[in-house]
Design a protein around this ligand. Structure first.
Ligand code: NDP
Length: 237
């Protein structure tokens, strides 16, 4: 993958999909840093930095810290995200704002201090984590789907700008993945969703991590830019 000794930052790398990405990158010999909000991952040796993606000043400090401790950042995985689901009439303005602030503005805050430096160095790979909900919508997720559709717009636009500097920007759109985020789905609903997924199961965090590693790799995906890679068991084609 030619990712050994490259420096990659993963937001929300302490658990779920982010932790799987950190772990797989470590297997490839990558110099990994990750951010967390609640608690670091005790099983990882990667550089752990406490930072909230909604705090632009904190995210600028994260970029400085990573460059100071590990070196120039080659790759960024903008993964941190939340849900605050509800049917539209019951959705509060706070639920709307918090989800947009975290999932969309959080990616802006993450990339803002890093991407200009990638342009200067004429290399880099950015992977944003979107969602199947951002592609096809989902009941109870107007806020979340809007944020994740926004991530796709951001990714495609930034990819067009960044390509001339040798920087690739892509997104991964996971389907339903077994993490804390989907734990809250009632079993009955889970069964219904599973029956509709052609591969007949939820995905595992590691299966998203492989897609991310592919998109980060300067050899495996050297001509892939501005794309949204679906990893959803054929739930949405
Ligand atoms: P989890 O709930 O398991 O983990 C969420 C991660 O995001 C945690 O590391 C959490 O940190 C971090 N995070 C949340 N809010 C903030 C914040 N304000 N600042 C910093 N970090 C924050 O979710 P998943 O692993 O399932 O999701 C990872 C990404 O994948 C998200 O963007 C999600 O929307 C997306 N996704 C997930 C799907 C799924 O089925 N699971 C499907 C499609 C997309 P902390 O532990 O410190 O709170």
């Amino acid at each position: 993958m030619r990712l050994e000794n490259k420096v990659v930052l993963v937001t929300g790398g302490n658990r779920g999909i982010g932790a799987a990405i950190v772990s797989l990158l470590e297997e490839f010999g990558t110099q990994v840093a990750y951010t967390y909000r609640s608690h670091p991952n005790s099983e990882s040796n990667a550089l752990a930095i406490s930072a909230d993606v909604t705090d632009s000043a904190a995210m600028a400090e994260v970029a400085d810290k990573v460059e100071h401790k590990l070196g120039s950042i080659y790759g960024v995985v903008a993964n941190a995200g939340i849900t605050r689901d509800n049917f539209f009439p019951k959705l509060t303005t706070d639920d709307w704002n918090t989800v947009i602030e975290t999932n969309l503005k959080g990616i802006y805050n993450t990339l803002k201090p890093i991407v200009p430096k990638m342009y200067e160095r004429r290399e880099g790979s950015v992977v944003c984590i979107s969602s199947i909900s951002g592609e096809r919508g989902n009941i109870g997720q107007t806020n979340y789907a809007a944020s994740k559709a926004g991530v796709i717009g951001l990714t495609k636009s930034l990819a067009l700008e960044a390509a001339r500097y040798g920087v690739r920007v892509n997104a991964v759109a996971p389907g339903f993945i077994e993490t804390d985020m989907t734990k809250a789905i009632p079993d009955k609903v889970k069964e219904k969703i599973t029956a509709e997924i052609p591969l007949r199961r939820f995905g595992k965090p590691n299966e998203i991590a492989w897609a991310v590693v592919f998109l980060l790799s300067p050899i495996a995906s050297s001509y892939v830019a501005g794309t949204v890679l679906k990893v959803n068991g054929a739930y949405h084609t």
